[in-house]
Design a protein around this ligand. Structure first.
Ligand code: FA5
Length: 347
């Protein structure tokens, strides 16, 4: 092949390279680039045509033209890759700009929630008792038979166990049925005088209705010292309820049975709605039965390492939700955990 023809072909390759470069630079999307790849590097491209046309060239001329066209091919390919990268980066930047989050801008229009009525009441109850010299404890949600029953003078097989419909775990643990589960721990961990309350959730495997939930909150109290008597208990509870309901209320003790207190009973409060005159809520009796209480049984004191000949004390346990229901005229305990926002937002 004449050398001038070889030079012609070389210059044609250079022209193709320039032309492809200009078109690649101008391309602004990936489809155009793909079309350019087919045009300049595909099987029907001009570069391939040039290579086909040098079949009868001398080996040195073939090598020269072959090298030049291979170099041109890889230069075009590199240019295409570079351009693809640029286009993708540009697209990403546009998305980032659209989605940009400025964390320094203060939130607006987001309404803050508020504490649930049960939480605010727990805080209020804690505050009243702390001012009266009580310390606050919280129970273990899952506890053992010893603390929920045995240490409270309720050995295995005792019929009184039936008073509490109990959820048992497969490992024989208990979802606590009452906050009395903490009595033994509190009494055995410190020397009298002991003044403590326990607030926490309790669980009972019972059918629910307007006054019964499977999960509810109890407030337990224990007070042990020398010379403590039943009137001390009534005085303490009267003081608490009068503070909570912001009214001077009368209290009454009616005997009842709990294995861990002797004497044991129910404490009633003069009806806060009718001031003891008789209404629908108190069933015309003028009294509301509110809680279980009594003088701590000598056996319970002994099991906690306290000598019942030297010390005596009282304990009580009431349901927090029932207290709140009375104060706020709520007629169904199930509303508390229903997730009903119309209900929750009122308080
Ligand atoms: C007890 O649980 C005793 N541990 C209370 C006690 C403590 C007595 C210390 C003596 C000394 P009782 O099962 O009656 O007792 O429950 C006490 C209070 O918890 C009830 O008066 C009620 O206010 C509340 N309560 C009980 N069961 C439920 C329930 N299913 N739903 C809502 N509140 C309940």
């Amino acid at each position: 092949m004449e050398n001038s023809k070889v030079e012609d072909l070389l210059s044609k390759i250079n022209t193709l390279l320039d032309e492809a470069g200009t078109k690649i630079n101008a391309a602004d999307n990936l489809q155009i680039l793909e079309a350019l790849r087919v045009e300049y590097l595909g099987r029907k491209s001009q570069l391939i045509d040039i290579l086909k046309g040098i079949k009868d060239a001398e080996p040195s001329q073939k090598a020269k033209l072959g090298q030049r066209s291979n170099l041109a091919k890889s230069q075009i390919e590199n240019k295409i890759q570079e351009k693809i990268k640029q286009i993708k980066e540009k697209e990403l930047k546009a998305i980032e700009l659209q989605e940009e989050i400025d964390i320094s801008i203060p939130p607006s229009g987001i309404k803050k929630g508020h504490k649930h009525l049960i939480t605010t009441t727990i805080e209020e109850v804690e505050d009243i008792f702390m001012r009266m010299g009580f310390e606050v404890h919280y129970p273990y949600a899952i506890d053992d038979d010893y603390h929920n029953f045995e240490s409270l003078n309720i050995p295995p097989g005792h019929p009184a166990r039936d008073s509490w419909d109990t959820f048992w775990t497969e490992q024989g643990k208990i979802a606590i049925t009452h906050t009395s589960s903490m009595q033994n721990r509190i009494l055995s961990q410190q020397k009298p005088p002991v003044r403590a309350i326990v607030i926490g959730r309790c669980f009972r495997n019972e059918a629910t209705d307007a006054r019964h939930e499977h999960t509810f909150t109890q407030v337990e109290g224990v007070y042990v010292d020398k010379g403590i008597t039943l009137p001390d208990m009534l005085g303490t509870l009267k003081e608490f309820f009068s503070k909570y309901y912001k009214k001077d209320l009368a209290v009454k003790f009616t005997p009842d049975f709990f294995p861990f207190v002797e004497p044991g009973g129910m404490m009633s409060l003069s009806c806060i709605l009718c001031n003891g005159e008789g209404c629908k809520v108190c069933k015309q009796t003028g009294w509301l039965e509110l809680l279980g209480c009594g003088m701590i049984h000598p056996k319970v004191l002994e099991m906690a390492g306290i000598d019942p000949k030297t010390y005596s004390g009282f304990a009580w346990g009431f349901g927090l939700e029932r207290l709140i229901m009375l104060k706020n005229n709520i007629n169904d305990i199930r509303l508390f955990n229903s997730g009903d926002l119309d209900f929750i937002k009122q308080f």
